[in-house]
Design a protein around this ligand. Structure first.
Ligand code: 3HC
Length: 374
């Protein structure tokens, strides 16, 4: 899907049709002020690997083509200049706390430790902490075998990762990022536990897929900044971090600059977005994945749907394979959370997603979802 000049080719008509809901949602998010069109484009390129952001796609279309997708036709929001890059900021150069031992937590831990910072990982149990360490080690082993890291570097990275079951051991972290289960009750309990044990100046960042910072805010003492730092799966690889600093944070602009500079220092591209469910990428991507499940339900084979977007729109993975990577359970939870506040039947989880979730076919992590994995 990339021309010799390196410019992504436009999607095929059926792929564009499959993307139409995402394009309409992108316009909606820009109108709501969730993020600028330029940041929305960056988010979809770096957070989901799309070759072209939605506004660049729309800009290449005629008014008739846009109207065919249910858009008003060339009445797109203005694309203001991208936000200025964060000023050099040395605010967060020290240890980072990460809470959780799942796939996302492992990817964040590896990213931070490979970029030279000590990481304290809060695990629920010693066994789950061991599991995280084993996954990070396996990923580093792969980097060594590919010649991307030497043995000494691998040992240095692992030495920076300390796993604990004591929340107080995260004191002294520049920021603590929670990446626990996508269940608000669990996240609230974790936030309360950290709030009771850490100095009030330590910011708490959520990596939530679908809740808002505002959903956690009431459970954390007023003096503590609560923000979101949202990484993308696989976090070691994907270049985007969504930075969400709600208006109620004291000196929010400075904190946003510090968090953005930190993300940039980790080799990521930060974008700033409003505290809305799904932020930018998940609000656009997850309903689009749901659309793809419905396409499958209309009689198109799994491979056919995946191929439509891979070869037809140049996406790095087909949407159903991507659901398997994200997790069917996480996808359903994100849809339900967004559907709770948005009256749009597109966002209600497709029946097949619920069936897969009910039978434990959650994707790669269980060995089967839309596809099967060895
Ligand atoms: N875990 C860890 N590392 C992985 C990986 C995985 N699942 N898959 C690939 N990698 C690494 C590889 O090891 C490789 O690095 P190396 O060569 O240094 O070892 C590097 O990624 C590139 O791998 P490949 O050449 O095999 O991979 P591809 O070119 O096929 O790219 C991909 C793999 C980066 C996963 C690409 O398919 C992609 O961009 N997919 C889209 C992923 C996406 O959309 N993520 C966002 C999901 S939404 C989300 O996370 C939000 C959450 O809140 C739900």
């Amino acid at each position: 899907m990339t021309s010799p000049a390196g410019v992504a080719a436009p999607p095929s008509p059926p792929a564009l049709d499959a993307l139409s809901g995402l394009l309409r949602d992108a316009v909606l998010l820009a109108e709501r002020g969730t993020a600028t069109p330029a940041d929305i484009d960056t988010a979809m390129r770096l957070g989901a690997g799309h070759p072209t952001g939605p506004f660049t796609l729309l800009a290449g279309m005629t008014a008739d083509q846009q109207r065919g997708l249910g858009l008003p036709g060339q009445q797109l929001p203005e694309t203001p200049a991208p936000d200025e890059l964060p000023a050099a900021d040395t605010g967060w150069t020290g240890p980072v706390g990460v809470v959780g031992t799942g796939h996302m937590a492992g990817g964040i831990v590896e990213t931070v430790a490979r970029n030279g910072r000590p990481v304290r990982v809060l695990a629920r149990t010693t066994a789950s902490g061991d599991g995280l360490r084993a996954r990070v080690t396996a990923s580093l082993d792969r980097a060594v075998s590919r010649g991307r890291l030497d043995e000494a570097g691998r040992a240095d990275v692992l030495a920076r990762v300390r796993v604990t079951t004591e929340p107080a051991a995260l004191a002294g972290s520049d920021v603590v990022v929670e990446a626990v289960a996508e269940d608000l009750h669990v996240k609230v309990l974790v936030a309360q536990q950290l709030d009771a044990q850490l100095p009030a100046s330590t910011p708490l960042a959520t990596n939530t897929s679908s809740f808002r910072v505002a959903d956690l805010r009431p459970f954390v003492s007023r003096a503590r900044p609560v923000i979101a730092l949202h990484f993308f799966n696989p976090a070691q690889v994907m270049k985007l971090v969504e930075v969400v600093v709600p208006d109620d944070v004291d000196d929010g602009a400075a904190l946003r600059a510090t968090a953005s500079a930190w993300a940039a220092d980790l080799g990521k591209t930060p974008i700033s977005c409003a505290d809305a469910r799904g932020f930018v990428v998940n609000r656009l991507l997850i309903p689009f994945l749901n659309d793809a499940v419905r396409l499958h339900e209309q009689g198109h084979a799994v491979a056919e749907v995946d191929d439509l977007l891979r070869t037809g729109a140049g996406h790095p993975m087909g949407p159903l394979a991507l659901i398997d990577l994200i997790g069917v359970d996480v996808t359903v939870a994100a849809l339900e959370s967004m559907a709770a506040v948005e009256d749009d039947p597109r966002i209600s989880p497709a029946a097949t997603l619920r069936e897969l979730a009910a039978t434990g076919r959650l994707g790669r992590k269980t060995g089967a979802g839309f596809h099967t994995y060895s």
